[in-house]
Design a protein. Sequence first.
Length: 205
Amino acid sequence: MTLPPLHKSAGLYIAWIGGLCGAIVLMLADVLPFRPAFATAENFFSCMVVLEIFFILLLWPLFVPSIVREGVRPPALLAYVGLLLLFALPLLMIAANVAGVGAAGLVRSQLLVAALAVLGAGVAARRPSALPWYLLAVFWISAAHPFWAFLGDQLGAKAPAVSVYLSPFWGAVAERSAPAWVQSGLYGVAGLVLLMLKPRKDAAP
């Protein structure tokens, strides 16, 4: 059995850890002209999870086609997802300790990140021609729809109860744990199905 060429993806891991560490510096060090209002001890863990989800949703799928071209079979991308979570775990444990988040919250958030990573890997590996539509869907579900719900709330309309179960950012920071679990199941299963499908002609060679 040939092991995946993980060493050839150093740029992915550097971007992952560098992005998280750089964001921590910007949040906690007084290097910006103003101090971000959300950069508090209570929000530290939520900020880290949101940063993880941003990278996983928008940047991680762009690395996948080049990884597949190196000869890695799509199911083996699960190893890359596991390594990403492993490398970020020390930072997340520190953030959880600072914010007072328990083990259940840490595990739940990382399962959601893993599920989203598997979904992005499945789309990029099996349906690379659908990546623009994937990014459009991410924009609508994660940003446009929550903003529309926020505007409706400001105008006195009741926010749709299903919204928190769709947006990964919304679900990750929700007070209730149900949205994160539901999203982890839906997105994780969808990603696994895509990774296990037979390749199509438009898939990356």
